[in-house]
Design a binder for this molecule. Structure first.
Ligand SMILES: [Zn+2]
Length: 249
């Protein structure tokens, strides 16, 4: 299914530091609801019932090229996925060439599904600032805070997208996404011109493929990107109007 060779250590993935706003996503203080959600997330992670083998067979059947990734204490089924996925290239914005995407197998399925929507809008390349990051909810890393609750990035279930490239143009979240400056959900805000419309329509189309979509509207930490995640306990989608307190990282 893949024909790949040795698995590189996770550390080799991050030769370039991500922009500060993405590399260090300090969490706001947790309220009781969040803490309870996180407890559920931890249980879900431990008792995951989706068969990883079934996920991998599905990926292979869809023609996705992947291989085993280094074991991770926070990823249920760690794999590395070739960065050409469904004819869309995924490249770290600081990397001159595309590299493997390190994710959980189930997130790879969602990324592959997303490429149908991306291609339909003419997107050929997705520039991002990271998928797997060993971060804890509340700050720190599993290494510095043993037993912490992993973020969606640490679960291998998230990607931070900074821009989308078509044959003739590029659409940059920090530059082109018009922030409203209040709590109105992204998908309910008026569009402001073609570039803002393109980005907002695409994010809203991806709602459902991912279940947490945090746009630059959400808070200052996301002013440069959209955070697309498959979170085990998210109850709704911020882009379409979830209480942001229920949209965990
Ligand atoms: Zn993120």
């Amino acid at each position: 299914m893949v024909g790949c060779t040795a698995v590189a250590p996770i550390a080799a993935l991050r030769e370039e530091p991500a922009p500060e706003s993405c590399a260090v996503e300090d969490e706001r203080p947790l309220d009781a609801v969040q803490v309870s959600e996180i407890a559920v997330a931890a249980a879900w992670h431990a008792d995951d019932t989706e068969a990883p083998r079934g996920c991998r067979a599905t990926l292979a059947a869809r023609g996705v090229r992947f291989d085993d990734a280094s074991p991770s204490p926070t990823i249920v089924d760690p794999i590395k996925v070739a960065p050409l996925l469904g004819d869309v290239t995924f490249r770290h914005v600081h990397d001159p060439k595309p590299r493997w995407l390190w994710v959980d197998c189930r997130f790879a399925l969602r990324l592959h599904a997303a490429t149908d929507l991306l291609r339909a809008r003419g997107v050929r390349e997705v520039l991002h600032v990271g998928t797997y990051e060993p971060k804890c909810v509340g700050g720190g890393t599993p290494e510095s805070r043993p037993g912490c609750t992993p973020s969606a990035h640490a679960l291998g279930m998230a990607i931070d997208v900074v821009s989308l490239v078509t044959a003739h143009d590029d659409f940059v979240f920090e530059r082109d996404f018009v922030k409203r400056g209040d709590a109105t959900p992204t998908c309910e805000t008026p569009r402001r011109g073609a570039r803002d419309t393109f980005l907002k329509e695409l994010v809203c189309a991806l709602d459902g493929t991912f279940n947490v979509l945090l746009t630059p509207n959400w808070d200052d930490r996301h002013k440069t990107h959209v955070h697309l995640a498959l979170h085990p306990t998210a109850k709704a989608w911020w882009a379409n109007g979830v209480d942001p307190q229920l949209a965990p990282e």
